[in-house]
Design a protein around this ligand. Sequence first.
Ligand SMILES: C[S@@+](CC[C@H](N)C(=O)[O-])C[C@H]1O[C@@H](n2cnc3c(N)ncnc32)[C@H](O)[C@@H]1O
Length: 203
Amino acid sequence: MDAAYALQTPQDSVRLYGDWAPDYDSGFAAEQDYQLHAHVARAFHSAGGQGPVLDVGAGTGLCGEVLARLGVGPVDGIDISPEMLAMAQSKKVYRRLTVADLYAGVPGRRAAYAGIVSSGTFTNGHVGPEVLLDLLAVGRPDALVAMSVNAHHYAAKGFAAVFDAMAGDRLTGLSLMQTRIYGEQGQGDHAKDLAFIVTFRLL
Ligand SMILES: C[S@@+](CC[C@H](N)C(=O)[O-])C[C@H]1O[C@@H](n2cnc3c(N)ncnc32)[C@H](O)[C@@H]1O
């Protein structure tokens, strides 16, 4: 996690996740008892979220797997790492997977999705609030968004001010729920790290 949090550019992410992809689920996610993807998927489902859904920074597809178990779909995914998406593809729970850098614009038709989810992507060294306006344009009016934001990153990058500026104009019903990123088996310096699950509807 120290290497991931220390990333500085999208190209750093391509390199790190390219190496990490084969072991991400069996190593990192299993050993650290990673739970954030399940928290996001359950928050989306319990707030009434429906497909089609875009999973932003889909990685190896952990969030898509939980959505599929909950009966939510179809789910598309985007991610900067082709290797991570190859792992997601092998799970056969995504309709379409696209390699894309969120800082270079979000591909796909505007207003195409009834839902947007994201777990673990809005975090230290990864993606900040400056991509949100462009990203949210792929959601339909009334689309439900459930996204995690690492709690430290939330404060450091000024997410509150960005959400406040969009409230009433671009989004409504903003809700923040704080949660642990890892379960009881998590170890090391980041075992107790926190994230917000941010949910809202698009206007
Ligand atoms: C911590 S992983 C989370 C993956 C998955 N959502 C999960 O919960 O397991 C962060 C993901 O963000 C992706 N990512 C990082 N920077 C990105 C960018 N600029 N554009 C798109 N994806 C990015 C990485 O490739 C990686 O798959």
